[in-house]
Design a protein around this ligand. Structure first.
Ligand SMILES: [Zn+2]
Length: 510
């Protein structure tokens, strides 16, 4: 087992828009790369390189609240409210664990210590809603900065983290609805920026988000987190044109639909891929037969695992145990989540991870065989009775992507990802006469009642030690049924000789 080496890349920037989530607006869920701007380096990319934080430092970030002459913030003291939302330890109006700063401190394992200074609200003579085109709030940003420069005495060079003459980034929060939920209002976005700040220093990147989802709900911290992650170098995971689907991994990932979980109050943990990309946690690479025992959940700081293709090193699977606790309280399901990644640095840096319907570079293996598109067609956002949809928690979409999966009707268990399982352990890249399979079986996946996960990697599937792990949490174990040793439910007592499981015991059939 060896740890994966960190990706090294350069620093740049651009415009990205976040996503629409509202079911009525799904056609609008098209990320918008407004322009690609190179600020540093030789290559042209649309996203900055992963930012490397020094855990000993505190990084200060200005946040400018923008209100309109015709529409203010709904709370009595918006500056005080947003100071709490960004900075106050444990502050959260949903089921999340804390404020924006808490999220990044926890996700970065203590590396990213952020402190936000709130300015405004600056009131601008702009309409809050526009009737033509997408409203990114650019003119209102300019007017807010002009007003701020006229009144603010503080020198904004305190927000220049490296002392290179530029403020690293400035955040804007607009009063009123968010444009990805209410057409015409400001659409959250991030990207290269050239804004003159108080003290005569320019900011080179901006991230924008808004106050409200609808009349009843504020936006929480999810979209602020999503947009800030773009500054850190993370791309959008939801499909972008010419891909036509609406989501890829949805609420498993804050860079897909996870920024809306619990109305934005409980964005999920960053995934194994994102943690690796940012250098915040490295997966353990599995390259020889082993049984992984009692893998802890991501929320409890559990290890993640990587399995590389033998043909092409940048194509790999990532394995993480996700449980509905901590920042993952609202995720769609629980168990072993297996990602299929076909990493391409240029695609990542240009925010083009999932742009082809036939080649997602970042996707889940769906233990029930149903991807987002299939779920959408089957469910169409209506039949959510099996899941808790109140407060937008535990969305039904992709709830069955985790292993082990037991079919609710047949009780058949899917506890394996192999070349001949369904779904199969496929690869995009192969040099072996088109045989596009991983060839490294993951079997006997099980989840214990304590929320830990265990599995076999490339080991003998008939291993006797495997039997103890067949009972699956949260599912009825049918003691009359016959199972193969890797957890497949058989249609009846097997005719073929061998070792099977029946009545929770290993049975030899002669
Ligand atoms: Zn985005």
């Amino acid at each position: 087992m060896t740890a994966m080496k960190k990706f090294f890349v350069l620093v740049m920037a651009t415009f990205l828009a976040t996503l629409a989530m509202d079911a009525q607006q799904r056609e609008l869920r098209m990320g918008c790369v407004q322009q690609a701007v190179t600020t540093r380096g030789e290559e042209m990319y649309s996203l900055p390189a992963p930012y490397v934080f020094d855990a000993e430092r505190t990084y200060r970030v200005p946040v400018i609240l923008v209100a309109y002459e015709s529409l203010g913030f709904s709370m009595d003291d918006a500056a005080r409210y947003y100071d709490r939302l960004f900075n106050e330890r444990g502050f959260n109006e949903g089921v999340g664990r804390g404020c924006v700063s808490d999220y990044f401190r926890e996700q970065s394992r203590g590396r990213a210590n952020l402190e936000f200074d709130i300015y405004g609200p600056m009131v601008v003579d702009e309409p809050p809603k526009k009737s033509i085109g997408t409203n990114y709030g650019f003119m209102a940003q300019r007017k807010a900065l002009t007003a701020l420069r006229a009144t603010e005495e503080r020198d904004f060079s305190i927000y220049d983290w490296e002392g290179d003459g530029e403020v690293n980034l400035v955040l804007f929060v607009f009063a009123g609805f968010t444009g990805n939920e209410m057409t015409g209002y400001v659409w959250p976005n991030s990207g290269a920026f050239s804004g003159l700040m108080p003290g005569g220093i320019y900011a080179s990147f901006s991230s924008t988000s808004c106050e409200r989802i609808d009349d009843e709900n504020l936006c929480g911290i999810g979209t602020i987190v999503h947009e800030f992650c773009h500054y850190l170098g993370l791309p959008d995971i939801y499909p972008l044109p010419p891909a036509t689907s609406y989501s890829t991994v949805d609420e498993w990932d804050v860079m897909d639909g996870g920024n809306y979980t619990n109305y934005g109050w409980c964005p999920p943990n960053l995934t194994a891929m994102e943690l690796m990309y940012l250098g915040w946690d490295m997966p353990v690479e599995l390259d020889e037969p082993v049984r992984v025992e009692a893998m802890k959940s991501l929320s409890e700081g559990g290890k993640t695992y990587m399995i590389r293709s033998g043909y092409y090193r940048n194509e790999f699977y990532l394995l993480e145990n996700r449980q509905q606790e901590g920042w993952d309280y609202g995720i769609p399901g629980k168990g072993l989540v297996i990602y299929h990644v076909d990493f391409d640095e240029v695609a990542w840096r240009n925010n083009k991870v999932n742009v082809s319907d036939s080649h997602y570079r970042y996707d889940l293996f769906h233990a029930d065989g149903l991807n987002y598109r299939a779920w959408d067609g089957k469910n169409n956002g209506k039949d959510n009775t099996r899941w808790t949809m109140e407060h937008r928690l535990r969305s039904s979409y992709l709830s069955t992507a985790a292993y082990p999966y037991t079919d609710a009707l047949t009780h058949e268990v899917n506890a394996r990802l192999t070349d001949d399982s369904k779904p199969a352990a496929t690869l995009y890249n192969s040099t072996d006469q088109g045989r596009q399979f991983m060839g490294k079986p993951i079997t006997n996946i099980c989840m214990s009642t304590d929320g830990t996960v265990s599995f076999n990697f490339m080991t003998d599937e008939t291993g006797i030690e495997a039997i103890d792990y067949l009972a699956i949490d949260n599912l009825r174990f049918d003691v009359q049924a016959w199972f193969s040793l890797d957890g497949r439910r058989l249609s009846g007592k097997p005719a073929q000789r061998g070792v099977y499981v029946n009545g929770r015991r290993k049975v030899l059939v002669k």
